[in-house]
Design a protein around this ligand. Structure first.
Ligand code: 4NP
Length: 166
């Protein structure tokens, strides 16, 4: 059985994408898909590589019942295209930076916006905003958005896993 590999990617890999990784892994476990789907996260910028999650993101996760302690930040590189099936960008800027690193034109298609899977996303509201400069409300908002999007993604996973390109 092949494993389907998903990477979630933001700028620093200490707030948004690690939150998405923790929530997605939790939901995969609940859905009985933990052995079939693997999740990694990275940041397009490497400043925080090796660091744990931002304490504000960790508090929001812990308050909602998740375990934020295992994360260590990594940097997104061109190798991630070969190592993963689906690469999900938190915002348009992350998306552009990732597409720039694609080794082939065809591999650009592996990059999608994370919120493509959010049933409430609209053309004007399709990104996960960076909570780094704001207060705790921003982190809670981001967590709610991520939980809703992860539910949409998990629903679509059977189709994605069985798609011919995978
Ligand atoms: P993230 O948030 O991309 O959601 O992890 C940020 C973390 C750090 C920085 C920017 C955004 N920074 O500029 O260091």
């Amino acid at each position: 059985m092949t494993v389907y590999r998903i990477a979630v990617v933001c700028l620093g890999n200490i707030c948004r994408s690690p939150t998405a990784q923790v929530v997605l892994e939790h939901r995969l476990e609940q859905a009985g898909l933990a052995g079939r789907v693997e999740v990694a996260s990275a940041g397009t910028g490497g400043w925080h590589a090796g660091e744990p999650m931002d304490p504000r993101a960790a508090v929001a996760l812990r308050d909602a019942g998740y375990d934020p302690t295992r994360h260590r930040a990594r940097t997104f590189t061109a190798d991630w295209f070969a190592e993963h099936d689906l690469l999900l960008a938190m915002d348009a800027s992350n998306h552009a930076d990732m597409v720039d690193l694609a080794p082939t034109v065809q591999q650009r298609a592996q990059v999608r916006l994370f919120r493509d899977f959010d049933p409430e996303a609209t053309a004007d509201d399709d990104q996960v905003p960076d909570p780094w400069y704001g207060g705790p409300d921003g982190f809670r908002l981001v967590l709610t958005m991520i939980e809703r999007t992860v539910d949409g993604l998990v629903q679509r996973l059977p189709d994605l896993i069985d798609s011919p390109s995978h």
